[in-house]
Design a binder for this molecule. Structure first.
Ligand code: BGC
Length: 235
């Protein structure tokens, strides 16, 4: 590919969420150059149903040369290990290969919080990313390099419950936004005590419900980074 073509490369970025499937086209710099399309995640969210819904979702975004996919679970070498907020047996699904067959372009798949992180970080020191959505995602970076497969969401936070059980969307609906914000405040303190991050980024669809006065080392990230961060999988 010569330099002119490299500039023109169109990356399809897909964000598979527990609630919605989203997609858009990115230019070579990772800027979004199409509208963002979205459908509800089919329920039950089995591999067949989700993969089946992606074809028609992205068809109007053609042409594209390659695809980056954010997935709400552990992904190793484009293959799914876990999918706590989807249904059916996702363990071992070679999602990269399946989507390559479906879309006809090279595909990379990564954890959704990792992708948000790539879209948000500055690349300096310890940077921690927490995403608040259906589930609670996490990504840790040191000098811009990802420490892979951090799954904070499923670790003990308080009252015998995990971060996800206390701060996921089901918990937010049950507890209400005020209580959920107070819990988030505690979680930020715990995480600072554990990771001593330089910056903590809070992203995900539910970051719009954050009403805290955030400490200086903590920043909100626009959820669109879950799409635009996808460009990093091709660096
Ligand atoms: C999963 C993470 C994912 C997060 C957000 C959690 O339940 O374990 O891998 O990043 O949800 O989707």
């Amino acid at each position: 590919m010569d330099d002119t073509n490299r500039e023109a490369v169109r990356t399809l970025a897909i964000d598979i969420g527990g609630t919605g499937l989203k997609a858009a086209i990115l230019d070579a710099q990772g800027e979004m150059i199409s509208e963002r399309v979205r459908v509800l995640t089919p329920r039950p969210a089995t591999p067949e149903a989700v993969i089946g819904a992606l074809g028609p979702l992205v068809e109007p975004l053609r042409p594209f040369d390659r695809a980056s996919v954010g997935f709400p679970g552990v992904v190793v070498e484009d293959t799914v290990r876990t999918a706590p907020n989807l249904d059916g047996d996702w363990g071992g699904v070679a999602l990269g290969a399946e989507l390559h067959r479906l879309l006809g372009v090279p595909v990379h798949v990564a954890n959704d919080a990792d992708i948000q992180g790539y879209g948000a970080i500055e690349g300096r020191g310890v940077e921690l990313v927490v995403t608040l959505g259906t589930g609670v995602g996490s990504a840790l970076f040191l000098d811009g390099r990802l420490v892979p497969n951090l799954e904070l969401g499923h670790h003990r936070f308080r009252k015998g419950q995990t971060y996800e059980e206390q701060l996921g969307d089901a918990a937010r609906r049950r507890a209400g936004n005020r209580k959920w914000n107070r819990r988030l405040n505690k979680a930020i303190r715990h995480l600072r005590g554990c990771f001593n991050f330089r910056v903590l980024y809070i992203g995900g669809g539910n970051s719009k419900h954050v009403e805290l006065e955030l400490p200086e080392d903590t920043r909100l990230v626009r959820n669109v980074r879950g799409i635009t961060g996808g460009i990093a999988l091709w660096r």
